[in-house]
Design a protein around this ligand. Structure first.
Ligand code: ADP
Ligand code: ZN
Ligand code: ZN
Length: 742
């Protein structure tokens, strides 16, 4: 062991998966990794009585603890540091969202790396043409075999099994060619480079419409610099085609593109469009992957082998060796905001990341968030438009139907039913949108007015028919249906209101000859059942679709010409100041499903408030006009995006404990704001919109400021106060920067 008094071993400051916002000091392990000790190395360390995986953040000469008290790292897990761009993003996110760095790194690592598996040395199977196979074998009528043969011809380096099945070719087809001796299997190291070869495009790009060309030209102007763009394009205007051609330009430069899509949007439909277009590897990150597959994607992106990466929210944490562009499709979508632990917004991180890399970022939506719209109108983002649909028909305007004092069947007004009949008679499809799954929003006693309520939440229980039960959609508790009213013993219990199951049932009696597809979380629990229904719907037979949000977004339903919104009022008078923005986005997206192909569409919106000024503006002039009006109202009220917010959420099974902490935190914050003369405001504590949920009490303390720097200064004080307060240790709390829902 070499001894050198002048330079003692460095102290490693390590981030560990812990909510504590601090680093932990360790001595190096006896064996140093090949690269030497440096920031970014994954290490295994003893922590309390456990072994955990952490990341070295910095090297230091001294520690607050005496050297002999420090424990040593057990081992370095890799011989090279984790990717630098990924580390930068984690540090940025931890700082911005006031979250522990260790927890952030942990969250952002693929599960395998979190668990300490090595990064290198993994292999997978590839298929390629056998060297001694004839040039042009005769496949007769076996078209699929010929297809696979041609595909492998385009990829002399071989294709992974997954890439082959992604083209719709089965294992059976593979085995047949294998038996004929035409192809062979080889095991390759996962990290091995893919041999170059073939052209970039597998199918030619579509000739662009005039507006699309203008947008693409604007994007081409600045491919090598930070260039944030909002692409405001009506539903069906060909945004995806623009993305594809932007990616083509990026890939041609040997750079990578990262595409974010909402959870619901990542259907095989979207992915297939990307895969059909490009010869280069298009990798998808979604919830269906195994941990090993996730690690493969991570590694392929970090090494630069994957040229196009498509994924949902968490894909923003994919390392990129040669980043070229980031695209956020449906940028307004709520699923980009993580609602627990590290409460990040993937769209906002995408912009920060593009800035760091100096690359373009495109935020696309038919219904942009007020945040992005504000920045575009303000000149911070370049504002690009697609106002025309690729098909001939403009998006349909909403027609409002007055629900007051009118008889309904299964929630539908006579006018709506008449329109459904006419559409089906014309051989077209109808989408009935209803924001509630289950049979009815609740069960009520007709004699005394009792309603079925959840024991654990301030909420009513939803009535389900198949199987019959009462379920709480907030905590998932279930109960059998009572035979009689628990209050007055009357047997006259009735379903109140309509959910998807009831609408389906009523529509089936009204249209007994028509196929009805119900699409909600209950009907699509089985894997693939959603895709199967979509495939059937796309065949174009006249039918009725009854569905929730799942159907409303992103899907191309070319044969739907009528959309009926059963009740538009859910979000209209909610406590949350974003409620109108969110319901307008949803309505416009639902409306966008109508008339996307050759026939014009109609959208009927049933409402109890047909005179509501926002709703009538939306109906008359569309989302863009309403959004600009809402921005004015936000400006007048000093609400985001004209001010900044953070929300402290406090929860406990004991209402007193939650209240005491929320009050103490609010008081400490108010004192600090006074003392430091910081221009930020503290409001509350107030009960959360649903105060009791899962038998826990929820309170909010709101922090707001006109300047982001002030908000962050105050938020830093608040987290520090909470971390050091003994009271806060017994109560669960979290701080949400830029909360999207109250
Ligand atoms: P968006 O993403 O804006 O909803 P899409 O890119 O999905 O729109 O386009 C809607 C439909 O129009 C798709 O079927 C697409 O293939 C078609 N389309 C888009 N651009 C063109 C074009 N330039 N020429 C012909 N068809 C197009
Ligand atoms: Zn009763
Ligand atoms: Zn409940």
């Amino acid at each position: 062991m070499p001894t050198c008094a002048a330079s003692p071993a460095p102290i490693l400051r390590v981030a560990l998966p812990s909510p504590l916002r601090r680093l932990f000091d360790y001595l190096p392990a006896a064996r140093a990794p090949a690269c030497g000790w440096q920031p970014g190395l994954r290490v295994r360390v003893p922590f309390g009585h456990r072994d955990v995986v952490g990341v070295v953040i910095e090297l230091a000469d001294t520690s607050e603890l005496p050297r002999q008290k420090l424990r040593a790292v057990s081992e370095a897990l890799d011989d090279t540091p984790l990717p630098a761009d990924w580390r930068w993003l984690c540090r940025f996110a931890a700082r911005y969202y006031q979250h522990s760095l260790g927890d952030t790194l942990h969250h952002a690592l693929p599960a395998r790396l979190r668990q300490g598996f090595p990064m290198a040395g993994r292999t997978h199977t590839r298929w390629r043409r056998a060297p001694n196979a004839p040039e042009a074998p005769n496949f007769g009528r076996a078209a699929r075999q010929a297809e696979l043969w041609a595909l492998l011809g385009q990829h002399p380096g071989g294709l992974a099994t997954r890439a082959i099945t992604a083209h719709g070719l089965t294992h059976d087809v593979l085995n047949r060619l294998l038996h004929k001796g035409l192809i062979e299997r080889c095991e390759v190291e996962t990290a091995a480079p893919v041999p170059a070869g073939g052209s970039l495009l597998a199918t030619p790009a579509l000739p662009l419409h005039r507006e699309q060309s203008a947008v693409l030209a604007a994007l081409h102007e600045k491919l090598d610099a930070f260039h944030p763009c909002l692409l405001e394009g009506v539903t069906g205007s060909g945004k995806t085609e623009v993305y594809l051609q932007l990616i083509e330009a990026i890939a041609a430069k040997g750079r990578q593109a990262l595409v974010l899509v909402p959870e619901i949007g990542l259907t095989p439909q979207t992915l297939a469009r990307f895969r059909q277009r490009f010869n280069v590897a298009v990798l998808a990150l979604h919830s269906g992957l195994t941990d090993a597959e996730r690690l493969d994607v991570w590694e392929a992106a970090a090494s630069g082998r994957a040229k196009i990466i498509i994924g949902t929210r968490s894909a923003i944490f994919t390392p990129l060796a040669r980043p070229g562009a980031i695209i956020v499709d449906e940028e307004h979508d709520g699923s980009y905001k993580q609602q627990d632990r590290l409460r990040y917004h993937a769209r906002d991180l995408a912009v920060a990341r593009a800035h760091y890399h100096g690359i373009p970022v495109v935020l696309g939506s038919a219904t942009p968030s007020l945040e992005s719209l504000h920045r575009a109108l303000d000149g911070q983002y370049r504002h690009l438009f697609l106002t025309q649909r690729a098909s001939r028909h403009p998006p349909a305007r909403l027609e409002l139907l007055d629900l007051r004092h009118r008889r309904r069947q299964g929630g539908l007004l006579p006018d709506a039913i008449k329109a459904v009949k006419a559409t089906l008679d014309a051989g077209k499809q109808v989408l009935v949108f209803i924001n509630r799954r289950g049979f009815a929003p609740t069960l009520a006693c007709h004699a005394c007015g009792w309603q079925a309520e959840c024991d654990r939440c301030d909420a009513r229980m939803t009535l389900h028919r198949a199987p019959p039960l009462l379920a709480c959609h907030h905590c998932d508790s279930r109960r059998a249906l009572p035979d009689a009213c628990p209050e007055c013993q009357s047997g006259d219990l009735r379903a109140l209101g309509s959910g998807t199951e009831r609408s389906e049932e009523t529509l089936q009696t009204l249209f007994p000859e028509t196929t009805i597809h119900r699409i909600d979380r209950d009907s699509t629990r089985r894997k693939d059942s959603f895709e199967q229904a979509l495939r059937e719907i796309q065949r174009g037979e006249p039918c009725l679709l009854v569905g929730t949000q799942m159907l409303a977004k992103g899907h191309h339903l070319p044969h739907v010409t009528l959309v009926v919104v059963v009740n538009a009022d859910g979000g209209l008078y909610a406590a949350d100041f974003r409620a109108m923005e969110h319901s307008a986005q949803l309505l416009e997206q639902v409306a966008g499903r109508a008339g996307r192909a050759n026939d014009p569409g109609r959208v009927l919106v049933q409402t109890l408030h047909p005179d509501d000024p926002h709703l009538t503006l939306l109906a008359a002039r569309g989302y863009g006009a309403l959004a600009r009006e809402l921005l004015e109202e936000r400006r007048a009220a000093g609400l985001p995006p004209y001010g900044f917010m953070a929300l402290l959420r406090v929860e406990s099974p004991h209402v007193d404990a939650a209240t005491a902490l929320a009050q103490a935190a609010g008081a400490a914050l108010t004192d600090w704001l006074d003392q430091t003369a910081t221009q930020a405001y503290c409001l509350g504590p107030v009960p959360a919109p649903m105060e009791r949920r899962q038998n826990r009490y929820h309170l909010h303390v709101m922090l707001s400021a006109e300047k982001r720097s002030r908000l962050h200064a105050a938020a830093r004080f608040l987290t520090h106060w909470l971390e050091t307060s003994a009271q806060a240790r017994r109560v669960r709390w979290s701080l949400d920067i830029d909360p999207q829902t109250l």
